[in-house]
Design a protein around this ligand. Structure first.
Ligand SMILES: Nc1nc2c(c(=O)[nH]1)N[C@H]1C(S)=C(S)[C@@H](COP(=O)(O)O)O[C@H]1N2
Ligand SMILES: [Mo]
Length: 221
């Protein structure tokens, strides 16, 4: 789980931009290093995409109490946008400067409004992987259900057909192979949040592990 890992091996904190310090470095949160290329990181096997069985579901506390589902064809026809965003893995590498294309999370929220009492969203992926988000993290303008990166469709190992990108949180908060979202009226831990990782996961505050949580950061373990 990494609890034994040193908390003090971070890079010196970046100052302002300078000619001999590339802008990329200024975008590195504390304790992260710049990663060239794009490694594949996940737990478990890569699921096989079966379009005829695939559905993106919205359920839980919707405003009208109904569930909603989109086929792959329908999902890819929803309003599209591009977002420039970095990916910070809690294992300390960061991929800087990707252009993600897909459906902004707030677009989905507009299409299927949550009940007023909704405070959190659980994002569900294949094989039961999940990540919980505060509603404000979910509705942030750059939170996107990505189908493309740098103009190319995602590859299977990077989450095809749909993955979530939440640029301001550690990347485990962005499930690959997303299958649906659940509106919640109280917080509940997702897959890694139940297994020693921080309930919020802000890389700029180095919220890596659940033992760092303070009162109000998450439900009891
Ligand atoms: N379904 C699923 N999504 C996942 C994971 C996973 O194990 N399963 N791992 C997360 C973690 S820890 C990281 S760092 C990113 C890595 O994304 P990448 O493989 O596209 O770089 O995916 C995230 N999304
Ligand atoms: Mo990660």
């Amino acid at each position: 789980m990494g609890q034994a890992e040193s908390e003090s091996d971070g890079l010196p904190s970046p100052g302002g931009p300078s000619p001999d310090r590339p802008a990329e470095t200024d975008r590195l949160p504390p304790g992260q290093r710049l990663q060239r290329g794009w490694p594949v990181t996940h737990y478990g096997p890569v699921p096989k995409f079966r379009p005829e069985r695939w559905e993106f579901r919205v359920f839980g506390a919707t405003a009208d109490g109904d569930k909603r589902g989109w086929s792959h064809e329908e999902f890819t026809a929803l309003g599209w946008a591009t977002v420039e965003a970095d990916l910070h893995c809690v294992t300390r590498f960061s991929v800087i400067g990707a252009e993600w294309g897909g459906v902004p999370a707030r677009t989905l929220l507009g299409l299927v409004p949550p009940a007023p009492s909704v405070t959190h969203v659980m994002v569900w992926a294949e094989y039961g992987y999940s990540a919980n988000l505060r509603l404000a993290d979910f509705t942030a303008p750059h939170t996107v259900f990505a189908t493309h990166k740098d103009g190319e469709p995602l590859t299977a190992e990077h989450g095809y057909p749909v993955r979530l990108v939440v640029p301001h949180l550690y990347a485990w908060k962005g499930p690959k192979w997303v299958r649906g979202i659940e509106y919640m009226t109280a917080d509940r831990r997702g897959f890694w949040e139940e297994r020693g990782y921080h309930n919020i996961g802000d890389p700029w505050r180095e919220q890596r592990y659940s033992y760092q949580e303070e009162a109000g950061d998450g439900p009891g373990l």
